[in-house]
Design a protein around this ligand. Structure first.
Ligand SMILES: Cc1cc2nc3c(=O)[nH]c(=O)nc-3n(C[C@H](O)[C@H](O)[C@H](O)COP(=O)(O)OP(=O)(O)OC[C@H]3O[C@@H](n4cnc5c(N)ncnc54)[C@H](O)[C@@H]3O)c2cc1C
Ligand code: SF4
Length: 333
């Protein structure tokens, strides 16, 4: 049985109180939202915080609304189940409802939050293991060691971004509101992630993600869809994560389109040139969708950082690009 090491526990009642605690403890603190990823990681000894700050009482960080500009605003502490079921999300960003519904299983989605998913740590078959297991291999670059078991001789960690909603939020060009006691900043979600599996978030130790903003649908409507490859549809992390978003012209053909592929490297990857490739083609043109998928396949290189044969995962890219577009066209979660 894996045990938690001792730590102090704080349960602030307001966001300002939480920010003051973060300002005081900085890198010695760890935030807990739903705890569905943090707790296993604590038990595996991946983090060693002196204090854990719970966000669960911050009602002001919960809920889905539409702002004056017609954009979706979702509080970081909104659970994945709430995101999946919210009528506003299903109507305006159905792909996000699909991505939220694809995270883990129902139990984790009841506890797990959108903010926790956006800030999810990267994953690797060599790191998501017990301390004892990792110690027997001499640890690795991400924690306590000096080597990478995925890229022999590698100097940086290539653990994979494995958060389903992040893939789709990048496709939708979502923005994140990040607060510290001293300042509030807004960042495009694509710029929030960096290519370092050891720590892939541009988030300072005293900062908290408070809100996710999804831009308004374009006049003709922004469509979005999500599909993932995983061993068991009931619970598993993605072996491949694909999110798409697109707008249409008056005749129903593509005006623009974005394909994002994740669960490959430390950041979700926007595939260049998809808009040009699909413009003028119909969203139900399977040959066009597969061509977009083929373009994505040609530029991604799955590694042995997560389970599943890398060549097979790569071969599946066109299939899941096509499925994402079809899921978006169908709508619903
Ligand atoms: C069996 C199992 C299967 C899973 N399958 C999947 C899956 O298929 N796809 C997937 O994406 N995830 C999966 N997960 C991981 C997890 O359940 C989800 O990612 C969930 O959304 C995490 O949210 P949380 O609120 O529980 O985050 P927590 O575990 O509380 O936190 C996760 C991380 O985010 C940080 N954090 C949380 N909130 C904030 C905030 N507001 N500001 C700054 N930092 C913050 C925490 O400090 C921590 O580092 C799985 C977990 C389990 C146990
Ligand atoms: S990619 Fe390498 S350094 Fe990163 S967690 Fe895996 S084995 Fe460790």
């Amino acid at each position: 049985m894996l045990r938690l090491e001792p730590f102090a526990f704080a349960k602030p009642q307001t966001t300002d109180e939480a920010l003051a605690l973060l300002a005081r403890h900085g890198a010695k603190a760890k935030l807990i939202a739903g705890g569905t990823d943090l707790l296993p990681n604590l038990k595996h000894g991946l983090y060693e915080p002196e204090v854990v700050i719970a966000l669960s009482d911050l009602a002001e960080l919960r809920g889905v609304a539409v702002n004056g500009a017609g954009e979706l605003e979702i509080g970081a502490m909104t659970t994945l189940e709430e995101v999946e079921r919210a009528a506003l999300v299903r109507a305006r960003a159905p792909g996000l409802a699909q991505a939220a519904a694809a995270v883990a299983g129902p139990t984790q989605r009841t506890m797990g939050t959108l903010g926790g998913n956006v800030c999810l740590d990267t994953r690797c078959v060599w790191i998501n293991q017990s301390h004892f297991w990792r110690q027997s291999l001499g640890f690795c670059l991400k924690k306590d060691g000096t080597v990478c078991h995925v890229v022999k001789g590698g100097k940086s960690c290539v653990a994979a971004a494995s958060n389903d909603t992040a893939t789709l939020l990048v496709a939708l060009r979502a923005r994140l509101t990040i607060r510290s006691a001293a300042a509030t900043r807004e960042v495009a979600i694509a710029d929030f992630y960096k290519a370092d599996g050891a720590m892939n978030l541009r988030l300072a130790p005293d900062e908290l993600l408070t809100r996710i903003t999804v831009p308004a649908p374009a006049p003709q409507g922004t469509w979005s869809g999500y599909a993932k490859l995983r061993p068991r549809a009931s619970i598993d992390f993605p072996r491949l994560s694909v999110g798409v978003a697109w707008t249409t012209q008056q005749d129903g053909t593509f005006a623009d389109a974005t394909v994002v592929v994740s669960a490959i490297a430390a950041t979700p990857r926007v595939i260049a040139g998809i808009g040009e490739l699909l413009r003028g083609r119909r969203p139900d043109d399977l040959a066009a969708l597969l061509a977009a998928g083929e373009k994505a396949r040609s530029v991604v290189t799955p590694l042995t950082n997560i389970d599943g044969d890398p060549q097979w995962r790569r071969a599946m890219v066109p299939v899941f690009v096509k499925r994402s577009f079809l899921a978006g066209a169908r709508g619903g979660a």
